[in-house]
Design a protein. Structure first.
Length: 142
């Protein structure tokens, strides 16, 4: 998991209000973004993996658990691969950078949570780089 990094931000507050920032997040590679808002906290989006697409995750509101697995074989991954459990909370002002080569399962931990996701490939690449497995595929996933 050494290639997965967190980019820490901060908050500036004064009498006018707050500004949340992540100044160390270099967005020069970003080609698109989308926002995930799960219908409820029981829904799990996953497993979905990207062989060539890098992504960044930021909790806009609420909190999420982003479970991550490093894919060893794109056609038939080992079901026993280790699953990393990463929590993102909007109060932490932190971006999770996930390089290409991983699969994710995403679950909101609070109602009405929103997760902002940035990707370094245009949507036209999705048909070539979208791998999906059932939510119970990886045995180490709980």
């Amino acid at each position: 998991m050494k290639d997965i990094i967190h980019i820490q931000g901060g908050i500036a507050s004064d009498e006018r209000g707050d500004i949340r920032f992540i100044n160390d997040f270099d967005m020069s590679l970003v080609k698109r973004f989308y926002i995930i808002r799960n219908r409820d906290i029981d829904l799990i989006r996953g497993w979905r993996g990207h062989r060539s697409e890098q992504r960044w995750f930021y909790a806009l509101s609420g909190s999420f658990r982003v479970d991550v697995v490093k894919i060893d074989d794109w056609e038939s991954p080992d079901r026993e691969l280790f699953v990393f459990k990463i929590e993102l909370d909007s109060s932490e002002m932190k971006v999770l950078n996930l390089p290409a080569g991983y699969g994710t399962a995403i679950r909101a931990l609070e109602p009405n949570s929103e997760l902002l996701v940035f990707a370094d490939h245009p949507i036209s690449n999705a048909v070539f780089d979208d791998y999906v497995w059932p939510v119970d595929y990886f045995k180490n996933y709980i």
